[in-house]
Design a protein around this ligand. Sequence first.
Ligand code: IFM
Length: 526
Amino acid sequence: LGQYNDEESAAILASYENLSKVDEELEELKAYWHGKLSNLYVQTPSSEFNNMINTWNAYQCFITFIWSRAASFIYCGLRNGYGYRDTVQDIQGIIHLDPEMAKEKIIFMLSAQVDNGGGLPLVKFDHNAGHEDTPDDPSYAQATGHPAYRADDALWLFPTILKYIGESGDKDFINEVIPYANKDEGTVYDHLKRAINFSMERLGAHHMPAGLHADWNDCLRLGKKGESSFVALQLYYAMSVLRDFASDLNDTDYIAYLDEVQKVLGDTIQENCWEDDRFIRGFKEDGEVIGSKKDPEASMWLNPQSWAVISGLATKEQAEKALESVYRELNTKYGARVMAPSYKDHAFDGALALLFNGSTKENGGIFSQPQGWIILAEALMGHGNRAFEYFMESSPAAQNDNADVRILEPYVHGQFTESVESPFEGRSHVHWLTGTASTVMVGCVEGILGLRPDLDGIKLEPAIPSDWKTFTMDKVFRGKKLHITVNNPSGAEGGYKACYLNGDKLDSNYIFAAALKDENEIILEM
Ligand code: IFM
């Protein structure tokens, strides 16, 4: 109604005086949403988990997918475009439900990648691919208010595109030609290669990616000389993803290049970022460590620990130690803090988190988005009990009886929750438009439920609470119906003993897409 003038709106209102039209449209609306949510339906012993995964988290994923952070008066006022990282991340939350819808947005975001491989920090609503200014042009900063590149933006494309191709089986997508934001065009494969180049051309003193204007953490200004361990881990992971695509395309020269640079990057992260029982957060412009165990404040950071596992860089021993450190030093009854202790007297110049009171937002608050990554990391290690514990601590559905404290609706994720130093511990903020929707969805679907599609099929590797004796998942995968029953008579929290597809015992827990019929009975024994 807000889009029309008085006369036109009055006509629309009048058309609803016919109640059968109201009924019809309500049915249409219900059918639309049931359709959108129908590609995955789980029945586990946890009603909180079922409600979030089948309905509410999924619904929030579609809402953030559509709006990104663009339309929230609570979040940052009305923006004149889409944030690159946020939008590419948000796509991940709906891929398992609607890969076609995801594809369209992926293409749009690739067309907002600059020809140097970096993402446009803000993609205007009237984005005109091939003709946009970039952060290298003063006019871009003037129009958008964003003067510089972020270190991480284009690196989010790797997990997102991998998930899309895995879910859809659309391998040809890698050869699709898409324009760059400012000039030139290239295949999706070329876009990804340039994203790697963007980071490789901006390395700091330890040969790790520079932190630039910010990485995922908007409050860390590390500049051209400071370095981010989080981005280094993202880059390490991106190289593994691209290696798979390169093998599929038989691009042997590029595989050799990736192997060489990934080894150098991996070695430097190991040498410079591992400290006894944790990965550090990075280096300041002057070369000093951020997030060292001996620092009086901000000595422990969540994201480098979870991403060391997700990226595949951490050894098993490092992963176990780092995850244990997270649990010991960051976990609270409402989830894991983004770092601790909060900055108060020892923040450095680029640590803008100091602007916030301790235990809120990036200053030691329970940032909700990283909860999805810690759930995923624990699940990848086969720690089903821990993964589920993190899910429950931060899950809106588990706080139905805590509304006086939490304040937000018990079915929607918020951006952060106040933590231990706050007089309002447990109070959550900024509902609906938050990347939490997609990270927690991915953590639960790929992590706890263990549904992990890749180029040729799908791996089933649940990591569940050991008291779940059995659960089922109905999933549509590449147009085929999968009815999956997971049995866990011996109380495992990870691993599997046997996997059956339509009565035949398989060699592993991997199911080739080519082996699927239209309807499939799958049994996984844990
Ligand atoms: O990563 C950012 C996100 O892009 C916007 N909200 C805050 C997050 C953490 O700083």
